[in-house]
Ligand binder design. Structure first.
Ligand code: ADP
Ligand code: ADP
Length: 216
């Protein structure tokens, strides 16, 4: 039976960092909605052009386009065994759409680890984040620096700072998270799927807690 795990948490909580590690451990596909938008932006597809203005403002891309993008992505062969969802769903409408699309295949979300990190910590995390051009491996200049400055340890590609990681945009992303995404905490808690994880711990400790939560 396919396994679907939703990683929930504010921007900067460590979803991408942990999803990368968990994908290796569980062999599930890592699906990052933000990464798909950025790839489309780079390729200047219609979807990329549409998403760009929202992303630059730190707002959410509209539900209908986001939902159909994820539905298409989950239908590809590498997701036959399930997926680790990083950054989707981000609204109750997206969560309901996910439930409906998985139900069609007799499946559903198995567990929703919620990586909790207070807002004050998020700003420091995002302003020091460096992302690799090739595959979006993430580093932090203080908390998780690469071995060689400006270069990805895993694939050697260049590290860059995301346009939307500047302080003004980060603030609006956190505001949008509080307003639109944080209701999902209660949504999944009510369904008995939520597993709260302390995201302020060191990366390895967060991974250990996540592994325990998804193996239950
Ligand atoms: P998200 O995908 O939730 O936005 P990321 O995984 O990109 O978050 O992490 C945001 C930043 O915080 C990155 O620079 C990352 O290296 C750093 N980071 C991730 N987890 C931790 C942690 N447990 N402690 C300190 N810094 C972390
Ligand atoms: P982070 O984890 O650092 O917040 P992401 O890479 O997940 O960043 O997302 C970057 C941007 O892409 C978001 O600010 C938003 O504009 C857009 N985005 C990503 N996922 C979604 C989603 N599920 N719904 C709407 N917009 C999204």
């Amino acid at each position: 039976m396919a396994r679907y795990i939703v990683l929930l948490g504010p921007p900067g909580a460590g979803k991408g960092t942990q999803a990368e590690i968990l994908a290796r451990e569980t062999r599930l596909a890592h699906i990052s909605s933000g990464e798909i938008f950025r790839e489309n932006l780079k390729a200047q597809t219609e979807l990329g052009k549409l998403a760009q203005e929202y992303m630059n403002r730190g707002e959410l891309v509209p539900d209908d386009v986001t939902i159909s993008m994820i539905e298409e992505r989950l239908s590809r062969p590498d997701c036959a065994g399930g997926a680790l969802l990083d950054g989707f769903p981000r609204t109750p409408a997206q969560a309901e759409a996910l439930e409906a699309m998985l139900r069609k295949n007799g499946s559903g979300v198995q567990v929703v680890p919620y990586i909790a990190v207070p807002a004050a910590v998020l700003i420091e995390r995002l302003s020091g984040r460096w992302t690799c051009r090739a595959q979006e491996h993430v580093y932090h200049e203080k908390f998780n620096p690469p071995a060689v400055l400006g270069k990805c340890d895993i694939d050697g590609s260049e590290l860059y700072q995301r346009e939307d990681d500047k302080p003004e945009t980060v603030e609006s992303r956190i505001r949008v998270y509080m307003e639109k995404t944080s209701p999902l905490i209660a949504y999944y808690r009510e369904r008995g799927l939520l597993a709260e994880i302390d995201g302020t711990q060191p990366i390895e400790k967060v991974t250990a807690d996540l592994m325990a939560a998804i193996q239950k």
